[in-house]
Ligand binder design. Structure first.
Ligand code: R5P
Length: 299
């Protein structure tokens, strides 16, 4: 039997996941001691014994979540959980996937090692796999990757049927092409050069398919710098006001005013991270991945 435990603050995700898995939930509470250390407690620990626990926690702003995550997972084990797996719709640190400057370590590997020490398995949605071919390169526990492509393609079919899907760069090509194929619309991939944490340069496309509305599809919206530049490049190439879809609404800052100024018609995101722009539900593929992981762990 499985039971979903939210990292405190992630109750809506846990409820949605539990309903998709036909599982119960068990709440946890978190507080801080006067010295700043965290304290986690399951509210009905007796319900956990013998269960497979699915800890629901999306991992944007990961540094502040990591210790509470480890404490809640430990509480589940101490309450007799059979296994504890993490359902993290957004997996952080995946963009730090190599040594960019001398003296750094590969942060994605460090983060993966920490999660592998806490959990028996992990499910996520569209992790930023660029220089790592799979999560197996950074995790030593079984994992499953769900995709937002199907739900995004359905949204495009119903909201922007005359779309051309635009990927901002080669890193987004994997999502742009699969979304376009599933939505049966054309796609194109632009070229991006990163100049700094907030600054990127996008090459304007030489031509655009006639009569199509660009729908920019990217995995992560963080500062919005990429999206602002893509919108500008498309408008310079003569495109109508584009629409943008991001899987993970990290929103390190709010770029919506800059996006409007650049000429963006509409911005929507998936519900891997709660945000008011969310319009696309990706809990069903995540639940499917969790189901598959748990059944393979039991086999
Ligand atoms: C990078 O390779 C990703 O696919 C996104 O394009 C990037 O993370 C977006 O970041 P920002 O919103 O800060 O430009």
């Amino acid at each position: 039997m499985s039971i979903v435990v939210p990292l405190p603050g992630q109750e809506p995700l846990a409820e949605a996941l539990a309903s998709a898995l036909a599982a119960r939930t068990c709440a946890a509470a978190l507080r801080r001691f006067p010295d700043g250390e965290s304290h986690a407690r399951l509210l009905s620990p007796q319900e956990i014994a013998g269960c497979d626990v699915v800890l629901a926690a999306t991992l944007d702003r990961p540094d502040e979540k990591l210790v509470p995550l480890a404490l809640v997972a430990r509480a589940c084990r101490d309450a007799g959980a059979r296994r504890v797996v993490l359902a993290a719709p957004y997996l952080a640190y995946m963009r730090q996937d190599c040594v960019f400057s001398p003296g750094e370590g590969v942060a994605s590997r460090a983060f993966g090692a920490l999660l592998s020490a806490i959990f028996d398995g992990l499910c996520t949605i569209d992790p930023h796999l660029h220089r790592h071919a799979s999560l197996g390169e950074i995790l030593s526990i079984p994992s499953r990757v769900a995709s937002a492509s199907g739900p995004i393609a359905s949204w495009i079919r119903s909201e922007v049927p005359s779309a051309v899907v635009v990927g901002p760069d080669e890193e987004a090509e994997q999502w742009a092409r699969s979304v376009a194929d599933l939505a049966s619309v054309p796609s194109l991939v632009l070229r991006k050069r990163r100049l700094g944490d907030r600054a990127v340069e996008i090459e304007a496309p030489a031509s655009l398919p006639e009569g199509r509305v660009p729908v920019i599809v990217d995995d992560i919206l963080s500062t919005g710098g990429t999206l602002v530049q893509v919108v500008g490049a498309l408008r310079r190439a003569g495109a109508p006001p584009p629409v943008a879809v991001a899987v993970h609404a990290v929103f390190a800052e709010d770029p919506r005013a800059r996006l409007r100024e650049a000429g963006l018609a509409r911005l929507v995101t998936c519900n891997t991270i709660a945000h008011e722009t969310q319009a696309i539900d990706v809990v069903p593929p995540l639940a499917e991945a969790v189901r598959d992981l748990l059944s393979s762990l039991s086999a």
